[in-house]
Design a protein around this ligand. Structure first.
Ligand code: 0A1
Ligand code: ZN
Length: 889
């Protein structure tokens, strides 16, 4: 059989400005999928009609998207076409001369068993599953594979019953039956029109766990989670998270589920976290399977968030979808914001905010400062799969948060309600969303045209603040200046509307009343200023004493703040600020300042010393730790090497690593007694549970253990080994193992080996084993990682394994950026190996090179050589091609 090759012609860019509505619409799709071991045959019957909005242009041919398939036949209104009546290329099928409306039947053949890209229909652990976002449906059948074409689907799946007893698709099961030859079939109908990217089907030998949820209007929904047999015992947390999400969306957004079934299927080969296909979510096993023995607290929280995220898409993404892929943040930014709100409500809101901001700064700020920087609503792309980025997701969520900060919770909710009222069942744009927010809040003093720039301008704004207190007039004048550096394709930037939530902290630590010059009365202890100009001053009056300003409370805008306050003021805010986020932030700012200072010392050839005041501040954090242990654990966390590097003109990965380690060692030895005491308290306090309190206790305990191990004394090593061996639960075991893997303890190899032996049957646990080794700061890490690519538990075809080992290694700043270029050479080899198998994963890996220009000349030369080597390789996927081109630009 001749399958049209996957290598497209020279990759070309798609532009937002070229958007045109489709010439044809598809009202219904009847799919028949005949699954056989050698080949799968797909018969698709489409009810197509000309799009009235394009009528003026005259009759356009029907051009359907399709890739990597064999076309068998095309029938129009029951008349079989001769191949001369249509045209096929590697990417399309064109049928000219159709009437106004027609029924087009297309038969194609595909080979899911050979699909390593994991897009379209593929096999994972012997089961069939699909991934259609963004453009995978065109690998199943020819179609108008774009989100503004919404159709009703009826899907019949046929397969051998013994091997594939479970047959699933979107919507409701409407019929099923057995054939005489051992095969069976099931027919599903989804009553809701949807874009093709939300289509899904699954066929396999899966077991199910069932539960139910009654919606607030009384609809009883059957909830099922399908997993490979043997994993039934690990889905309780996911199921619980699903029910909580359904309830929360009703309470917080007034949104109710709209079908009688909600299915989740967990598969072990999946490029991303999960996928929100209508009523048939497909999940990476990582975000479904967990019990305390195999999963860490981070895993449990991740499951809660991702289950919620996919469920929330049912309204924000599915009921109202994107007009085109430039609008991706319409659904992703909004849905991430919603899952952040949900997780904040389920756990601790400040802790969740700190975690989200940490991630934003680590990955999104880095993206915004490099060659792949793009706006939340990009203007062009070569490969849409490259745009599932931290900017579209996480910065997009910050934009949503800013709407809420500017409008208040009620104004925000009014905007959301109007958005659904206007656009339910439509495919719309971020401009439509903004218009709903605007129109629902006619009295809000928001310059919407300026706010829109958050979608259009790439880059992270820098806000410089300066304050002066005048005792005579009892006034405090705050001056704020904003700037935004050029990013690729955007040399000039305009000032943004930046919401600045702030407070003024008085000498006793209490918030001072906030009255701006000209106002009749003070308004609250935190208020939101609108920074709209390049430079703007705000004068507060009736200020009884010189305050310390607490700026961007709760991180009210995704900016970098530069405020020249003293170390003493930072220590003061760490202890006193009423805003928990800014208490944490003050500590991070202080730590950053000290670490960068130490790196400068080292560069100047002097010894690095840790200021005693810093150690004291950490001591104060330990002393207060019992007040909120989760918060204390985060307050003890030093900024990561990756984030610190963003503040350096030329990144010095070795200096940063050494400075950070020196602080860890110094704190560990200077505060040993307090750390040991706290460690002991946390260990003894309470039984094992997955609650915010218990998780906080473990996080704090493990933060203490980390510092103690950094000090390197025998007592700490004994504690760590004891925790590893006797640990109840993966959180503690893995925390100990990470420290052991990073150490020179003689027990190191034996512990790593024992772990692998114990967990060889659990792929998700083995992922952790790969990661702890890849993240080790030891000098032999690369050698070990190389060796591990040959380990029987590793497979370059499994995305989770690649992310765990190779992704883990690229996150290891000191080792990946080794001065001799060995880390870069290793990554280039893996990228080229991956590109032939799974371009999407290859492209995600190659992004680790993106910031290469931030390093010294020697490292730059090595990185450039590897990027050029990749670029020169024939047959590169558009995915990797696009990232490499941008990186070298
Ligand atoms: N929409 C999903 C993420 C997703 C995107 C692309 C995928 O394959 C190319 C898979 C999943 C989400 O936001 O959860
Ligand atoms: Zn999403």
């Amino acid at each position: 059989m001749d399958i049209v090759g996957t290598t497209p012609a020279a990759p070309k860019a798609i532009h937002l400005s070229d958007y045109a509505p489709p010439a044809w619409l598809i009202d219904t799709v009847e799919l028949h999928v005949d699954l056989r071991e050698d080949v799968t045959t797909v018969t698709s019957r489409l009810a197509v009609r000309r799009n009235p909005v394009r009528a003026a242009e005259g009759p356009a041919p029907l051009v359907l998207d399709g890739e990597a398939m064999e076309l068998v036949s095309v029938t129009v209104d029951n008349r079989l076409l001769h191949p001369a009546d249509y045209a096929v290329t590697a990417e399309s099928l064109t049928v000219p001369r159709l009437p106004e409306a027609a029924t087009v039947e297309i038969v194609t053949r595909i080979k899911p068993q050979e699909n390593t890209a994991l897009q379209g229909l593929y096999k994972s652990s012997g089961n069939y599953c699909t991934q259609c976002e963004a453009e995978g449906f065109r690998r199943i059948t020819y179609f108008l594979d774009r989100p503004d074409v919404m159709a009703r689907y009826t899907v019949t799946i046929e397969a051998e019953k013994a091997r594939y007893p479970v047959l699933l698709s979107n919507g409701n099961l409407v019929d099923q039956g057995d054939r005489l030859d051992g095969r069976h079939w099931a027919r599903w109908n989804d009553p809701w029109p949807k874009p093709s990217y939300l289509f899904a089907m699954v066929a396999g030998a899966l077991t199910q766990v069932e539960d139910r949820f009654v919606t607030r209007s009384g609809r009883e929904v059957t909830l099922r989670i399908f997993v490979e047999p043997g994993n039934e015992g690990k889905v309780a947390h996911a199921m619980d998270s699903l029910k909580k999400s359904m309830k929360w969306d009703e309470d917080a957004y007034g949104l109710e589920y709209d079908l009688d079934i909600f299915n989740i299927v967990a598969v072990s080969d999946f490029n991303m976290g999960a996928m929100e296909n209508k009523s048939l979510n497909v999940f990476n096993t990582k975000y479904v399977l967990a019990n305390p023995e195999t999963a860490t607290d981070t895993d449990f929280l991740g499951i809660e968030t991702v289950v919620a995220h996919e469920y929330f898409h049912n309204w924000t993404g599915n009921r109202v979808t994107c007009r085109d892929w430039f609008q991706l943040s319409l659904k992703e930014g909004l849905t991430v914001f919603r899952d952040q709100q949900f997780s904040a409500d389920m756990n601790s809101a400040p802790v969740k905010r700190i975690q989200d901001v940490t991630r934003l700064r680590q990955v999104q700020f880095a993206e915004d400062a490099g060659p792949t920087a793009h706006p939340v609503r990009p203007e062009s792309y070569i490969e849409i799969n490259n745009f599932y980025t931290p900017t579209v997701y996480e910065k997009g969520a910050e934009v949503l948060r800013m709407y809420r900060t500017l409008l208040g919770p009620q104004g925000y909710r009014k905007g959301i309600d109007l958005y659904f009222q206007r656009h339910d069942g439509q495919a719309v744009t971020t401009d439509d969303f903004l218009a709903a927010m605007r129109d629902a809040n006619p009295d809000a003093a928001v310059d919407w045209a300026q706010f829109q720039l958050w979608y259009r301008q790439a880059g992270t704004p820098v806000v410089e603040a300066d304050g002066a207190y005048d005792a005579a007039s009892r006034s405090y004048r705050l001056t704020l200046r904003q700037s935004l550096a050029p990013t690729p394709g955007q040399p000039e930037k305009a000032p943004l509307l930046i919401p600045v939530a702030l407070g003024l902290v008085g000498p006793d630590g209490a918030d001072l009343p906030l009255r701006l010059e000209g106002e009749a009365a003070a308004a609250g202890s935190t208020r939101v200023l609108h920074l709209t100009e390049a430079s703007q001053s705000f004068t507060f009056v009736d200020v009884p004493a010189a305050p310390v300003p607490s700026l961007f409370r709760g991180f009210s805008a995704p900016v970098r703040l530069r405020f020249p306050c003293s170390d003493a003021e930072l220590t003061f805010l760490m202890a006193k600020d009423s805003d928990a986020f800014n208490r944490w932030e003050a500590g991070q700012t202080l730590a950053t300042r000290i670490i960068l200072g130490m790196v400068a010392e080292r560069t100047a050839g002097r010894a690095m010393t840790v200021p005693p005041a810093f150690v004291e501040a950490v001591g104060a954090t330990l002393a207060r730790a019992h007040e909120d242990r989760s918060f204390a654990a985060l307050a003890l966390m030093l900024p990561s090497e990756g984030y610190l590097g963003q503040s350096m003109e030329v990144v010095d990965p070795d200096g940063l690593h050494e400075a950070r380690e020196t602080i860890r060692r110094t704190v560990g030895s200077s505060l040993g007694a307090a750390l040991r005491r706290l460690y002991g308290e946390c260990r003894e306090d309470g039984p094992f549970a997955i609650t915010p309190e218990a998780m906080g206790r473990r996080a704090l305990k493990n933060a203490c253990l980390g510092y103690l191990m950094a000090a390197g004394d025998a007592e700490a090593a004994a504690l760590c080994l004891e925790q590893y061996r006797g640990g109840s639960g993966m959180t503690d075991v893995l925390a100990a193992l990470s420290l052991i893997a990073d150490s020179d303890l003689p027990e190191r190899e034996a512990c790593l080996e024992a772990f692998a032996t114990r967990w060889q049957g659990e792929p998700l646990v083995m992922d952790k084993w790969f990661t702890v080794q890849a993240l080790s700061g030891r000098p032999d890490t690369l050698e070990r990682v190389r060796r591990l690519t040959g380990h029987p538990a590793f497979s370059i075809r499994n995305p989770n394994k690649v992310y765990a080992l190779i992704g883990g290694f690229t996150a290891n700043q000191a080792r990946f950026h080794a001065a001799d270029g060995s880390g870069y050479a290793f990554l280039a080899e893996r990228v080229l190996e991956l590109d032939g198998l799974n371009p999407q994963v290859a492209s995600r890996m190659v992004k680790a090179f993106a910031r290469w220009r931030k390093f010294d000349a020697g490292r730059q030369a090595h990185a450039r050589a590897q990027l050029e080597r990749i670029q020169a390789t024939p047959g590169l996927s558009p995915d990797v091609f696009e990232i490499v081109e941008r990186s070298l630009d």
